[in-house]
Write a protein that binds this ligand. Structure first.
Ligand code: ASP
Length: 600
């Protein structure tokens, strides 16, 4: 249907007769001469219809509207001086149209494609139009490019691409499962995989050695800008590897994706940080290191303090720490309220954050008067408090203080727009995660990563001794600019250790047999040491594209209620179809006057 695409013709083609097909991006009438910009996914080409040269065709061109699909045959001509457009690749030429075939007329569009739309619902309802915009087109293309770079890298590294079942069993990845009733097995359900974790480990037992998959994962959880109910992982697993092997592999993989996608040279190896340092210094297990605000411990500054709150905290084993938001003494009341709100959500037990700011050479703070001169001097020196700075304090349990100051840190950075024009890609690894966390609500121990993660060899004795809080995991997360790109671990490959781990997690022998019998069994038959990781492809594409929501890099995403507004999913299923799969809905519309009678 075409001889060239719309971003192909250059001055070297002048004189050639060509055929293009695409959408009318815009149509302009300049004194009877019609100019259209013809668009396909590659770009734009200007086509000109001269009434004196070709009256029939020019007449037809008058009827063109935006987004009509047309096929144009004509001669490539050099644009007149002063009319070239160096913002587009084809800007030096235009097509002098000889034939016009209107392939399909477009109705008036629900929104203009060349304007940003704040109403996301409309964009989602007409996603197929939304995706025609150059920005979206570019995002989808970038995603494709980096996905194929990943495939190429892993293929060349000896990995097999292997699919795993979508209809599978509940998996302990920490979210709710999506369930699918089985018609052939009345009363039974499949669960959609939260991750192909157990299958990939079983592949290692099967001797496949190196596996990857661009895997769709499903998690029924509350949605945010960087979460979708279904999302895509670059999932991988390898045998006979240690943590350094996986880390080096993934660094190479990410570097090749960013090089291919953005032409970016990502320096490797990435810095590594222990989980404890990440929490202590940045208050986050996915620190954004593009800005230099760090949490500083003030235990030495206030070692002898008589200020009641700090004294009490330090005496009871807590910490006093602070961050310096440089230049933010100008914080507005509204911003301060927001910071307080965030701190309270993060666990601040009082209503306002303690702070000190320096303005016009004076220190302003509700706390200042409680400090001795020596404490003041030591504090100013340690926190490097200069004119225009504001320091926020946290006092209490170490983890809580980290979380509060970590959240305040990122919020201040947002308010100060510290990363707005940043071109930095700060990759790093967080290692030495704890294996287990204590769930205060249920009183149970839960896996920080998942139950298949290997305890650090040095800490196995602690696991045996019940000192669960201090067992480190052979687990690692890769982080970019404050986002967790992916995580993984070296796995348990011994039946007894795996059974011990389940026991610690409160999964008794019977439940182990029912839920995990297959993997425990597999470990009896010569399971190789193995480990792996999964990268969130949506997040990687989002960051590479410079977007702040993964919805901008997914062709057909769900909204934050898990709905597809275009295809109207999820939808109601009629009674007959439900009956076929032996499912009865217990849901009742609270607004309905009376419950509908069930059909006989
Ligand atoms: N299955 C894990 C996850 O989805 C990743 C891994 O351990 O490889 O987070």
């Amino acid at each position: 249907m075409r001889s060239h695409h719309c971003n192909q013709l250059r001055e070297s083609h002048v004189g050639e007769t060509v055929t293009l097909i695409g959408w009318v991006n815009s149509a302009r009438d300049h004194g009877g001469v019609i100019f259209i910009d013809l668009r396909d996914r590659e770009g734009l080409t200007q086509c000109v219809f001269h009434p004196e040269e070709n009256p029939e065709v020019a007449k037809l061109s008058h009827t063109l509207r935006e987004e009509d699909v047309v096929q144009v045959t004509g001669v490539v001509s050099k644009r007149l001086e002063g009319t070239t457009n160096d913002r587009i690749g084809t800007g030096a030429i235009e097509i002098t149209a000889k034939q016009l075939n209107i392939v399909n007329k477009a109705d008036v569009l629900p929104f203009q494609l060349d304007k940003e739309l704040s109403n996301e619902d409309i964009r989602m309802k007409y996603r197929y139009l939304d995706l025609r915009r150059p920005r979206m087109n570019k995002n989808i293309r970038l995603r494709s490019v980096i996905t194929s770079a990943a495939r190429r890298f892993l293929d060349e590294s000896g990995f097999y691409e292997i699919e795993t079942p979508i209809l599978s069993n509940p998996t302990p990845e920490g979210a709710r499962d999506f369930l699918v009733p089985s018609r052939l097995n009345p009363g039974r359900f499949y669960a959609l995989p939260q991750a192909p974790q157990q299958y990939k480990q079983l592949m290692m037992v099967a001797g496949l050695e190196k596996y990857y998959q661009i895997a769709r994962c499903f998690r029924d959880e509350d949605l945010r800008a960087d979460r979708q109910p279904e999302f895509t992982q670059i999932d991988l697993e390898a045998s006979f590897v240690n943590q350094d092997d996986i880390i080096a592999l993934v660094e190479g993989l990410l570097a090749s994706m960013f090089k291919t996608g953005l032409g970016l040279d990502v320096p490797t190896p990435f810095p590594r940080m222990t989980y404890q340092d990440a929490m202590d210094i940045y208050g986050s297990d996915k620190p954004d290191t593009r800005y230099d605000i760090k949490i500083t411990d003030l235990g030495d500054v206030f070692a002898a303090t008589e200020f009641k709150i700090f004294r009490g905290t330090l005496d009871s084993g807590g910490v006093v720490r602070a961050i310096n938001a440089k230049g933010f003494a100008c914080v507005t009341t509204g911003q301060m309220n927001r910071l307080n709100e965030i701190a309270i959500q993060a666990g601040l037990p009082v209503k306002t954050l303690a702070f000190i700011k320096k303005e016009n050479g004076e220190f302003k703070s509700p706390l200042w008067k409680f400090f001795t001169d020596a404490e003041k001097d030591a504090l100013v020196a340690k926190m490097n408090i200069e004119e225009g700075d504001i320091v926020f304090f946290g006092a209490g349990a170490r983890d809580t203080v980290s979380t509060i100051l970590g959240r305040v840190r990122t919020e201040c950075a947002d308010m100060l727009e510290l990363t707005k024009d940043s071109k930095a890609y700060n990759f790093l690894w967080v290692v030495d995660f704890p294996l287990l966390a204590h769930d205060e609500e249920t009183g149970e121990w839960v896996a920080v990563h998942h139950p298949f993660t290997r305890p650090n060899a040095e800490d196995v004795a602690k696991l045996e001794a019940g000192d669960y809080a201090n067992v480190r995991a052979c687990a690692y997360d890769v982080v970019l600019n404050g986002y967790e790109l992916g995580g993984g671990s070296i796995r348990i490959h011994e039946k007894d250790l795996q059974a011990k781990m389940f026991e610690v997690l409160g999964v008794g022998p019977e439940e182990q047999e029912i839920k995990f019998g297959h993997i425990l069994d597999a470990f009896r038959f010569g399971a190789p040491p193995h480990g792996g990781l999964a990268l969130g492809l949506d997040r990687i594409a989002m960051l590479a594209a410079g977007e702040d929501s993964i919805r901008e890099v997914i062709a057909f995403p769900k909204n934050n209620k898990g709905a597809d507004l275009m295809a109207h999913s999820p939808c109601q299923i009629d009674f007959k179809q439900l009956r076929e799969v032996y499912v009865q809905s217990t849901w009742k519309d609270p607004k309905a006057a009376a419950p509908a009678a069930a059909p006989q």
